[in-house]
Design a protein around this ligand. Structure first.
Ligand code: ADP
Ligand code: MG
Length: 245
């Protein structure tokens, strides 16, 4: 449990799992991890001075490579909680590397709506400043632009709805076998009967042995929680709640 100083809302944080990595109290506290310095600069230029509660806990957990189920209220900064570790782990854009990074899409963020995908793409652009990351807000048009494998091989991060992603997989216009980070955002909706068949197809397509899976949500009802725990490997579960609620 943790009290936060200053004007930020006090949150109660609980964690569950084996060998839960320690949280940090500041972005400075992340310097024990090898985070590219331009990412710290981009946090500053985005006006992010201190991590929110969910970020304090999730960022180290994801940097340690663990699977995670993170539950925290709307507006508490869940997007940065997964984007910072993903950008950090990817290190540099695939297109800038001389072949030591495998080819093909390296991270996938799945969200229930186009509108949310758009918002997450905007958060990505903040961290992407100063580097030539290939970020794709997946749509019919951008999917068509990736119909050539050579174009797909340069992609760092795809942000998509489940249906759009599955359509591309079924058309044979997308491989996810080099994906290292798979995020299901708004996971309560993704693990519902509406999206579950697509989610299973996406998870199956992400066949790399070093795949990290992360679920983020404001709530996780019992049914979705059970599906989440089946999907994740040795996960850490983090729950942020408002104090005295
Ligand atoms: P959630 O997904 O939990 O609903 P978001 O990721 O959409 O929350 O973030 C909510 C708002 O908080 C966004 O405008 C985002 O830019 C801002 N934000 C995120 N992290 C921080 C931070 N560490 N400091 C200040 N603002 C932040
Ligand atoms: Mg969100």
């Amino acid at each position: 449990s943790k009290e936060q100083k200053g004007t930020r809302t006090a949150h109660r944080v609980t964690t569950k799992g084996t060998n839960v990595p320690s949280h940090v109290d500041s972005f400075e506290g992340l310097k024990k991890y090898t985070i590219p310095s331009h990412l710290f600069a981009n946090l500053t230029s985005s006006g992010y001075k201190e991590p929110t509660s969910i970020q304090s806990y999730c960022i180290p957990i994801m940097l340690e490579g663990r699977d995670i189920a993170a539950i925290s209220p709307t507006g508490t900064g869940k997007t940065l909680a997964y984007l910072l570790p993903i950008f950090s782990k990817l290190g540099s854009p695939a297109s800038s590397s001389s072949g030591d990074v495998g080819t093909g899409v390296r991270a996938v963020i799945v969200v229930p709506t186009r509108e949310l995908a758009h918002q997450i793409h905007n958060e990505c652009l903040k961290l992407a400043q100063g580097r030539k990351w290939k970020l794709v807000l997946f749509s019919k048009a951008t999917a068509n632009a990736l119909s050539q494998k050579a174009a797909r091989d340069k992609v760092d991060i795809i942000i998509s709805t489940p249906l759009r992603l599955v359509a591309a997989l079924q058309e044979g216009n997308l491989e996810l076998n080099n994906v290292r980070h798979l995020v299901l955002d708004e996971a309560d909706r993704m693990l519902d009967t509406e999206f579950m068949p697509q989610i299973q197809e996406i998870v199956a397509a992400c066949s790399h042995s070093k795949l990290q899976k992360a679920l983020f949500s404001a709530t996780l009802p019992a049914g979705a929680e059970r599906l989440a725990m089946e999907m994740l490997d040795d996960p850490v579960r983090v729950v942020v709640g408002l104090k005295d609620t």
